[in-house]
Design a protein around this ligand. Structure first.
Ligand SMILES: Nc1ncnc2c1ncn2[C@@H]1O[C@H](COP(=O)(O)OP(=O)(O)O)[C@@H](O)[C@H]1O
Ligand SMILES: [Mg+2]
Length: 331
């Protein structure tokens, strides 16, 4: 299959403010701690995990909105890990992001016209009548009116769902092929979530987009994604086709995420409860061994010693837990 992105051992550390005053050694949050995967053209690649596990940081790294601390990023086979300003600007023409918060991601002082026009102006793609046409086309794609009255509104005059549609129109207006949607419906009312989700999925089919779809709701990932990467404290702990990951979860953490949603399958198919909800720790200094072990009901002595790497268990389904491996109790 045609590959659009590949990342190798990608890392992002954030220094903890004030830590160097208290200790000789500066301390860091390991927001993304060595992840490797690829994304196929045309697929929806899900990134799933609880808040704080590094999803947004990973998204921002992919689009080069955040400088990586280590590792490599390849887009269309080209190493984009270190690009100059001009290279980055070219990249932005092809890769866009839809943000989680439709309230803070739109400038409250700008009209809808100016918000959607901005990428076209920055990249000098169109002006005058052609610019207006492109804005109208983008608004039509997201089922918003392109009347003069609507174009002159400011974000405060719009509902949450309408704002997120404006955010999607802004992401599409340049004719991009790759979009990262960072929890695009998590801040919307339940009544409009389904509409915006199905809009995103329809657009993907109509325009032929590739998506990274980030969510903390594994059930939503099941309905929207082709493959899913489950993240815990900066690491991918499970990766595979959505169907396999959801119906045969191999990592105790994936099972924990599944426990948090209404069952998609009859109870007897879920097997035993294997982990406690507990609190997600900060990814400062990950626990030695498997970083999930403090919350894992299956953890044995070996889990305290070595950090498991991702192993392929069945075709294309990877897990970083020996318990989920071919000989483990979860298989
Ligand atoms: N700019 C930043 N400066 C310092 N720490 C950050 C920054 N961005 C994210 N973090 C930290 O990195 C970790 C991962 O955050 P984030 O990527 O936002 O996770 P998620 O999107 O999964 O909720 C968290 O502990 C968060 O506090
Ligand atoms: Mg986030």
């Amino acid at each position: 299959m045609d590959e659009i992105f590949r990342v190798k051992d990608l890392r992002k550390l954030f220094p903890i403010k004030g830590s160097s005053l208290l200790r000789k050694k500066r301390r860091y949050i390991h927001a993304v701690d060595g992840v490797s995967f690829h994304i196929n053209r045309g697929e929806t690649f899900g990134i799933v995990g609880e808040s704080g596990c590094g999803k947004t940081t990973l998204a921002r790294l992919l689009l080069r909105l955040t400088e990586p601390s280590g590792g490599k990023i390849y887009y269309e086979g080209q190493d984009i890990t270190s690009l100059d300003r001009k290279g980055l600007k070219e990249l932005r023409k092809k890769l866009q992001m839809i943000f989680q918060d439709p309230y803070s991601s739109l400038d409250p002082r700008k009209t809808i016209f100016h918000i959607v026009a901005e990428p076209l102006k920055v990249h000098r793609v169109a002006h005058g009548r052609a610019l207006e046409e492109k804005i109208k086309e983008a608004l039509a794609l997201v089922d918003l009116p392109a009347s003069r009255d609507f174009l002159e509104k400011v974000p405060d005059e719009l509902s949450g769902g309408q704002r997120q549609r404006v955010g999607i129109a802004r992401a599409l207006v340049l004719g991009v092929e790759f979009i990262v949607a960072d929890e695009p419906v998590s801040m919307l009312d339940a009544s409009v979530k389904a509409g915006v989700t199905s809009l995103l999925m329809n657009l993907k089919q109509r325009i032929g987009l590739t998506y990274v779809f980030i969510t903390h709701e594994i059930g939503l990932a099941y309905h929207t994604c082709d493959r899913i990467a489950v993240m815990y404290l900066g690491k991918i702990v499970e990766l595979g086709k959505a169907e396999s990951v959801i119906k045969s979860p191999l990592h105790p953490y994936t099972r924990l995420l599944m426990d948090a949603i209404p069952p998609l399958l009859p109870d007897e198919q879920w097997g035993q409860r294997v982990s406690e909800r507990g609190e997600i720790p900060l990814s400062i200094e990950a626990p030695k061994g498997c970083r999930f072990h403090p919350r894992c009901a299956l953890a044995g002595r070996e889990c305290l010693l070595d950090e498991p790497g991702l192993e392929e268990v069945t075709s294309g389904h990877y897990v970083a837990c020996p318990k989920g491996g071919p000989d483990g109790p979860l298989k």
